[in-house]
Design a protein around this ligand. Structure first.
Ligand code: NDP
Ligand code: GDR
Length: 323
């Protein structure tokens, strides 16, 4: 019989890639979506006829339990969250409700409906924040620097706690930044790829940016959802860091993106304090040794390939809308 999976956040970047991956593996795929006044299924439009959607919200306990009863999953992937770091300063309580307590709501629903379900929690390198070690691995202590990071630390430890308290198969994947043409437009890589494409096509001239010195370990989202799946296939649940092991500054990102279309970033990028954060995460670089050894996982897309892929996708998308 086909395995069944339930994904929260299926309409997001990672949810859409994970749904594709699980369909390819022969899973029956279910996704939880929020009721909105207008549907936002852009990223899953191409697979809508192959997946099952059920309405639910991380704020609503009974909707989560109902979704589990309906979908009868073998595996649950909790990808839903308020995931944009700057918004966590303007909406800190809502961020905690979604990104922290939401995890407990879902874990409780799993525990009561069927504790044998395997559970994946989308943890984040933002938990390392003001980093205590370089590079960061599963043993590195957390020091979050935003309400989002703080919320994710809670989500991580409640997942570990359900594993230890109830002997449930609960895994926390500590994923470093991962991007794609489906990345939300306000995140830095997509903001840059979209801005570069617009400037190249003559639709705008400037790109306003925040801190260019921040360094991130950026990978391709398609690779990272494969790591999530691999984690849930292990006999025993555990925590894993997923990263490329390379770090680049935002300035380097901007340089590579503009150079790809034959432009010099100095001619177009302007600094704007509105995009500078109250507290910054200066440097992230992950050590994926454990994932490589135990999951056999390695990234397949380099930083330059990723930036080029994203700029090309935005050029193609915007060129069609020009004139
Ligand atoms: P996105 O922001 O693209 O997607 C978030 C998803 O969560 C959307 O489908 C959104 O639905 C859904 N959602 C938000 N709030 C609720 C709620 N209250 N109830 C139900 N669904 C909700 O995030 P990504 O795909 O990039 O990331 C997936 C997960 O991984 C997130 O938890 C994120 O914090 C985490 N993460 C991401 C990393 C990255 O680099 N991308 C790195 C490490 C962790 P809607 O479409 O309705 O808004
Ligand atoms: P991040 O991603 O905060 O790392 O969280 P984001 O792309 O928003 O920022 C990365 C870095 O770029 C700097 N930066 C800017 N960022 C944005 N968004 N816009 C700008 O104009 C800009 N200028 C400079 C930021 O200061 C920061 O240092 C992402 C999210 O997906 C989280 O959900 C996830 O958990 C982490 O990655 C790992």
């Amino acid at each position: 019989m086909a395995k069944r999976a339930l994904i929260t956040g299926v309409s997001g970047q990672d949810g859409s890639y994970l749904a594709e991956l699980l369909l390819d593996k022969g899973y029956e795929v279910w996704g939880i979506v929020r009721r909105l006044s207008a549907e936002n299924y852009e990223r899953i439009e191409h697979i809508l006829d192959r997946i099952h959607l059920v309405q639910g919200d991380l704020l609503d306990q009974s909707s989560l339990a109902s979704a589990l009863v309906q979908a009868e999953p073998d595996e649950v992937y909790n990808l839903a969250a308020q995931s944009f770091v700057p918004t966590s300063w303007t909406q800190p309580v809502l961020t905690a409700e979604f990104t922290s307590v939401g995890v407990t709501r879902l874990l409780e629903a799993v525990r009561t409906v069927n504790p044998r379900i395997r559970f994946y929690q989308a943890s984040s390198s933002e938990m390392y924040g003001k980093v205590r070690a370089v590079p960061q691995d599963e043993e590195t202590p957390f020091y979050p620097r935003s309400p989002y990071g703080v919320a994710k630390v809670y989500g991580h430890f409640i997942t570990v706690n359900y594993r230890e308290s109830y002997d449930m198969h609960c895994t926390s994947g500590i994923l470093f930044n991962h991007e794609s043409p489906r990345r939300g437009i306000e995140f830095v890589t997509r903001k840059v790829s979209d801005g570069v494409a617009r400037i190249k096509l003559g639709l705008q001239t400037e790109l306003a940016m925040g801190n260019l010195d921040a360094q991130r370990d950026w990978g391709f989202a398609g690779d990272y959802v494969d790591a999530m799946w691999r984690m849930l296939q292990q006999d025993d649940a555990d925590d894993y860091v997923i990263a490329t092991g390379e770090t680049h500054s935002v300035e380097r990102l901007v340089e590579v993106a503009f150079a790809h279309v034959g432009l010099d970033w100095h001619d177009h990028v302007v600094l704007d304090d509105r995009f500078v954060r109250p507290a910054e995460v200066d440097l992230l670089i992950g050590d994926r040794s454990k994932a490589e050894a135990e999951l056999g996982w390695t990234p397949t897309v380099s930083f330059e390939e990723l930036v080029h892929m994203m700029v090309d996708a935005d050029l193609e998308r915007l060129d069609g809308t020009k004139g």
